[in-house]
Design a protein around this ligand. Structure first.
Ligand SMILES: Cc1ncc(COP(=O)(O)O)c(C=O)c1O
Length: 448
């Protein structure tokens, strides 16, 4: 990799200048944004993209968007999965247009809510559902329910997980101890005392963590997608399922990112039957909404709990979740967007992309590899896949990731920042995949 470090810094400087030269309007507006927005952005961490100035989007449609400088991008970031099915899928846009004339929110079920429930139950094989506004909130509710139903205080997550800005899960393993994840602002509660953390793919550690029967819930992605992508070893999930059942721990599977694996999510592909399933981000076509489903047995227990609990706020829910607009989007997305044909397109083009990247890596004998999970592909700067998040994070090469990201962006291709994840939508044309591959080829040429 030494050849890389020698070339990366000057190339990065060159690409930064190119960005500035080609984005005069972005730079001008960045100054204006800084007048009234913290860090110049409406969510302060948007500036973590590490561009000379954040891109400002004028309009997005399908698999592309245009910035305020009039530059068009092939979008493989897709709002980090929020726009996984493309920007403004026509069925969702039409449903929103229709609903917009009939009220946005009444804090009541709408005439679409029953249909939404049917569609969710049919797709994910879980009979009962609830809606929240974000996946973070869905995970929060699931952990609350799990603790209440099992009368246990502890939760378990895999090291390196991300399930949203949910404090309970912002914990990690540090030399065998559970600690609060560093970097949090203003966090005073001790969530580490209520969590256990084990490495992904470590069944022995998992069994040891569950054995005393104190863990209410294991919350996990079926494939880790937030610390690079870490795949489960053969048979992992069948064993995890058995262990959870044996020790009375509820299994909650967060499909927020892995919904890109197939129309019924990744757990279904693995034959895994969770107690809770969570899906957010893209589930309503990019409108803010998340859902969580659960078994009939849990639904009965939850109903009994609601009947008998003391009066007062449950600590779950927000006023605008399940609003009429988002519910209309959810129905349209489940019914008309998340079709088998849509997934066939995503998976086919994602495979072309991953194969193309692999070919180019092999041609130059680079010690890199590509991990794929359904329609997601990730370029990793190590020769072999990681087995745990710790290994995966240790393999990260921030300088190179930043450089490749900017290099592609300057040539009209956007990949997800920080970890070079490339997501293919049902409307991504073959030409955009080819463009990414061509620019990757140029990148390798320049780098070597
Ligand atoms: C697996 C997973 N779950 C939950 C979330 C939280 O989603 P949101 O930020 O929409 O609440 C994320 C966000 O990246 C995620 O990757």
């Amino acid at each position: 990799m030494s050849f890389v470090s020698a070339f990366a810094a000057p190339l990065l400087a060159r690409e930064q200048h190119r960005f500035i030269d080609e984005h005069p309007e972005t730079i001008r507006r960045d100054k204006a944004l800084r007048e009234h927005w913290l860090n110049g952005v409406p969510m302060h961490w948007m500036s973590d993209w590490q561009l000379p100035a954040p891109l400002i989007v004028r309009a997005a449609s399908g698999s592309s968007f245009v910035d305020v400088d009039g530059r068009t991008y092939a979008d493989f970031c897709l709002g980090d999965t929020g726009a996984m099915f493309g920007h403004s899928p026509p069925a969702v846009a039409n449903a929103l247009k229709h609903q917009a004339a009939h009220g946005f929110t009444c804090m009541l079920p709408t005439d679409q809510t029953a249909r939404a429930g049917e569609l969710l139950a049919e797709r994910f094989s879980l009979p009962c559902w609830q809606i929240t506004q974000t996946a973070t909130d869905a995970n929060r509710a699931v952990l609350r329910w799990a603790r209440a139903l099992t009368d246990r205080k502890l939760i378990l997550v895999f090291d390196g997980c991300y399930h949203g800005s949910l404090e309970d899960t912002l914990v990690r393993l540090d030399r065998g101890r559970v600690v609060t994840r560093p970097g949090q602002i203003g966090q005073v509660a001790d969530f580490a005392s209520y969590a256990r953390v084990v490495e992904f793919n470590d069944l022995a550690a998992l069994e040891a963590a569950l054995a005393d029967g104190q863990v209410a819930c294991l919350l996990a992605e079926p494939v880790m997608t937030n610390a690079g992508m870490v795949l489960p070893e053969e048979g992992l999930w069948a064993e995890v399922r058995k262990l959870c059942t044996r020790h009375g721990t509820l299994l909650a599977i967060d499909e927020t990112h892995t919904l890109s694996s197939g129309p019924r999510g990744h757990a279904h592909r693995l034959g895994l039957t969770p107690d809770f399933l969570i899906a957010g981000k893209a589930i309503a076509g990019g409108m803010p909404m998340a859902v969580y489903g659960f078994t009939a047995e849990l639904a009965n227990r939850m109903e009994r709990l609601l009947e008998t609990k003391p009066a007062g706020h449950s600590g779950m829910g927000t006023t605008l979740a399940a609003n009429a607009l988002a519910t209309a989007a959810l129905v349209a997305c489940l019914q008309d967007v998340m079709t088998n044909e849509a997934y066939a397109h995503m998976l086919k083009h994602a495979a072309t992309l991953a194969d193309g990247l692999r070919e180019r890596i092999a041609q130059r004998s680079l010690p890199w590899h590509v991990t794929t999970v359904g329609a997601r592909s990730e370029l990793v700067f190590t020769p072999t896949p990681a087995r745990t998040a710790r290994e995966s994070l240790a393999a990260a090469s921030p300088m190179l990731e930043r450089l490749l990201h900017l290099y592609l962006l300057n040539r009209g291709v956007l990949v997800t920042p920080f970890h070079n994840m490339m997501l293919v939508s049902p409307v991504t044309p073959a030409g955009q995949v080819q463009a990414l591959l061509d620019h990757f080829e140029e990148f390798l040429h320049e780098l070597s």
